[in-house]
Design a binder for this molecule. Sequence first.
Ligand code: 3HC
Length: 301
Amino acid sequence: KKPAGAPDSSLARPVTKVGVVGAGLMASQLAVLFARRLEVPVVLTDLDRERLDKGVGHAHGEIDKLLAKGRLSPDKAARLTSLITGSLGKDAFADADFVIEAVFEEMSVKRKVFAEVEEHVSPECVLATNTSSLSVTEMASGLRRPERVVGFHFFNPVAVLPLLEIVRGERTDEATLATAFATGKALRKSCVLVKDAPAFVVNRVLLRLLAEIVQAVDEGTPIETAERAARPLGLPMPPFVLMGLVGPAIALHVNETLHAAFPDRFPLSENLEKLVASGKSGVYLPDFTLDPEAVEIFAGG
Ligand code: 3HC
């Protein structure tokens, strides 16, 4: 069934090569997904060789894990590994049809990235952003062809969660949108078209929930109690584990965007800010036990 508001699929352009800007964890996961489902070359870029090698290494490692689980044949694993490469060259995306950015969640950084990419890609190349909450329209403004920019927002873990929010900016044209939908479908995601509003739809709901639970802890409820109280809500993972999966810095960033847009509904959490400043990746340790140091931060320590 065609998703509500989806454009005419005949306008979609083929995607024969993908570029990924950034080589962090999210970018590596995206590279694997695109290579696996589209079976086209995927080139990652980043600021320096060290980050790039780490990102490509992580993507290749994910393919090895799929091979070990028997999800891929040895042939296919070898093919996918060879499809994912890294490049620091400015012309790395010259023949790409679809470039997705997954860099730091800062508007000025993303705008700079798109302006640079636009210098080196074909006029038809789609520029997609995996931003969690920033305005797609603002990100596109200032480009020569803002109509080629679209939001393409995945959920963690990217390989597993089926949803993809496709965000139409004010200037996004029908061919870009059609290409985004066709690509999302080829990635076997369940695509929804959402409006370019702060944090779109899912993060608005999710952060509302996380922010309220964090607030309860800010007000003095111990984390253990908040987690137990949240269990009957039937979430697939406890809220503070989810925050670890998303990354506290991303959770804070979405919260800040929402606070700026709707200050009454989204209070800021000092504890969340402290957690991010501490550099901790979550409140839970990998074996799902509470990290005493992180709990101390939330307890006002
Ligand atoms: N990375 C990659 N794969 C993972 C993973 C991870 N972190 N965690 C689990 N998986 C894989 C497993 O390997 C397994 O794959 P397999 O079938 O090939 O072996 C599959 O997921 C299912 O895992 P489990 O058997 O462990 O099943 P669970 O029932 O525990 O489900 C879960 C795991 C799918 C992660 C589930 O707990 C879940 O849905 N959690 C909620 C996640 C969520 O809400 N994400 C959205 C966050 S918001 C966001 O990302 C937006 C951003 O902008 C902030």
